[in-house]
Design a binder for this molecule. Structure first.
Ligand SMILES: C[S@@+](CC[C@H](N)C(=O)[O-])C[C@H]1O[C@@H](n2cnc3c(N)ncnc32)[C@H](O)[C@@H]1O
Ligand SMILES: [Zn+2]
Length: 278
């Protein structure tokens, strides 16, 4: 974890409160590899392991829904990237290709070459790494609740020698960032996993700079052909931690959180959307 990442972190339990290094068991150059961060407000300690700060607070650990998310996605991390874009997104959900999504997310988030980007619910970092490659003079941060997903992302970034990307374990509903740090944000296929989206969107609004754009894609209810609509309902039945919104509901949630200039388009059961932080 490089100092630039520590500078933008905040305690997830006391919004906006900075974290400091309490002990640094292992460093590599300027990066903290193993150690502990602490909040000077509430005194909570957060471990840093393999360069990734674990900012998942005990309140999130205690939630059954979050425990299910972690179990499901830790299990899927190994094959996630391959299966998602060869099978699930194109065939099951009727959504766009990975290339199309990458272009959409980068263009619609308005990320500049010196920007500071957030990838919310980043999974194995497929799009986080694309953001980092685009923002060559800037930074990209991927946040996810699944440790295994983050380890894959960090491993791939190391292999690609990306030095402007950072990873954070956290809960999208309790974002651990300082206010107004990100100039752009994305969330691909993540918002349908978040039960209290209004909390996530409020935190997102706080973490983005005024005027920053946010782009994403999510599985929605009531879109696509009848088979796909049924498939969404079946998925909800199988996985109680799956919370797809209806398109109008998502738009309203963004507006309530203070986002403006909403635009969206559907591809199968997937809604691509973009908005600007008002
Ligand atoms: C369908 S995957 C999408 C991953 C990635 N964005 C992509 O498109 O490849 C959904 C991700 O959301 C993460 N997730 C679920 N609930 C979360 C939460 N409350 N906070 C942060 N991440 C969460 C899961 O761990 C998983 O990696
Ligand atoms: Zn605190």
């Amino acid at each position: 974890m490089e100092p630039w990442l520590l500078d933008i972190l905040a305690c997830p339990r006391c919004p906006g409160h900075p974290l400091v290094i309490r002990d640094a068991a292992r460093r590599r150059g300027t990066a903290l590899v193993e150690g502990t961060l602490t909040c000077s407000g509430c005194g909570t300690d957060y471990p840093v392991t393999q360069g990734i700060p674990d900012l998942l607070p005990r309140e999130s650990h205690a939630e059954l829904d979050k425990q299910r998310q972690v179990r499901q996605f830790d299990k899927r991390a190994g094959l996630y990237d391959f299966l998602m874009y060869t099978f699930f997104v194109p065939l099951i959900w009727g959504g766009p290709s990975r290339g199309y999504l990458t272009r959409w997310l980068i263009t619609e988030s308005g990320l500049a070459a010196n920007g500071f980007a957030l990838d919310l619910a980043c999974g194995p970092g497929t799009f986080t790494r694309a953001l980092a490659k685009h923002a060559k003079q800037g930074h990209a941060v991927g946040l996810d609740i699944s440790w295994r997903m983050l380890l894959r992302g960090a491993g791939n970034a190391r292999r690609e020698r990306l030095t402007n990307v950072g990873w954070v374990r956290g809960d999208a509903e309790r974002l651990p960032f300082q206010p107004h740090v990100f100039t752009a944000g994305i969330c691909n296929n993540g918002l349908h996993q978040i039960p209290h989206r209004e909390l996530a969107l409020a935190g997102l609004h706080r973490s983005l700079q005024p005027g920053a754009r946010f782009a994403g894609a999510t599985i929605v209810r009531g879109q696509g052909d009848p088979l796909r609509r049924l498939r969404v309902m079946w998925e909800q039945f199988l996985h109680p931690e799956f919370h797809p919104p209806r398109p109008w509901e998502l738009e309203r949630q963004f507006q309530t959180a203070g986002f403006i200039d909403w635009q969206s388009r559907s591809r199968g059961a997937i809604l691509l959307f973009a908005a600007r932080r008002g």
